[in-house]
Design a protein around this ligand. Structure first.
Ligand code: FPP
Length: 259
């Protein structure tokens, strides 16, 4: 990508069982990273893109199938216009400069979030990133842009209501699966691991439906400082967790099967 040329990435280094299939990232703390250094907030976001670039490379190396990044929330439009502009410019530059490396590394780009009311230029850019990488079969990089989980769920509810009114769907057929199929993430696995940087411990309207059984990890570093080692430590921590999905702990399950 932009700063380092094309990387030759080898086989995943972690055993397939240990690696989460889908990792989602709340890249928080850019502003505080910049403030702590007496720099403008823009500089924090700019360094945040560098951290994202490294994280995409690491995700490929670790054998992650889906990496979702919260790049711009529906609430972010309320930030000062200069900051909104700088975030849009960074997204623009990321797609323009990094698409070639993403292509070379077989990365497929997907975008979630509302496309309604987006400027034609930005909507076109997102579509170009998706279309030009649609045939790639490696990591899927899911960019959450103009994204809000409540808005996504409301849109799914609206779609279901429209189908019911049109007589194509009976209310009794609406179940969790029917809702999931109408979300932006319809054909993706739920995130296994959600990482939020900067020490804040909340989801902030990010993947609320999909997070039902995700492991949550809150790391104290600000996003621009999030390194390959931090990512690897997060994946190691994930591998230690016992995911029960409402069932029994692994040890109890083994005991039950043995008895
Ligand atoms: C949160 O930090 C981060 C954001 C609102 C934007 C994240 C965006 C990027 C890393 C770059 C753009 C993305 C792409 C895909 C090119 P904050 O500003 O809320 O930090 P603070 O809480 O410390 O103020």
């Amino acid at each position: 990508m932009g700063d380092g040329g094309i990387l030759e990435l080898g086989a995943p280094v972690l055993a397939p069982r240990a690696a989460p299939r889908h990792v989602a990232l709340i890249m928080d703390g850019n502003g505080r990273w910049a403030a702590a250094r007496g720099l403008p907030r823009f500089e924090g976001h700019r360094r945040g893109v560098d951290a994202l670039r490294k994280t995409v490379r690491a995700a490929i190396e670790f054998g992650v199938d889906y990496l979702t990044v919260y790049s711009f929330s529906v609430e972010n439009w309320s930030r000062p216009p200069e900051e909104v502009q700088s975030l849009l410019a960074l997204l623009h530059r990321f797609i323009r400069n990094d698409l070639a490396e993403l292509q070379a590394n077989n990365v497929r780009v997907r975008v979630i979030g509302s496309r309604e009311d987006l400027a034609a230029e930005i909507a076109g850019l997102l579509l170009e990133a998706e279309q030009s990488t649609a045939a790639n079969t490696g990591l899927t990089l899911v960019v959450a842009f103009n994204y809000g989980a409540r808005q996504e769920i409301a849109a799914a509810a609206r779609a279901l209501a429209e189908e019911a009114v049109a007589g194509r769907l009976r209310p009794q057929d609406i179940d969790a699966e029917a809702i999931a199929r109408r979300l932006d993430t319809a054909d993706m696995p739920d995130p296994d691991l959600i990482i939020r940087t900067s020490g804040e411990q909340r989801l902030s309207n990010f993947m609320l439906w999909q997070a039902a059984y995700a492991e949550l990890l809150f790391v104290p570093v600000h996003w621009p400082d999030f390194s390959r080692a931090d990512f690897e430590a997060a994946i190691d921590e994930y591998a230690q967790r016992d995911r029960r999905f409402g069932g029994l702990a692994t040890a109890d399950r083994r005991a039950k099967t043995a008895s």
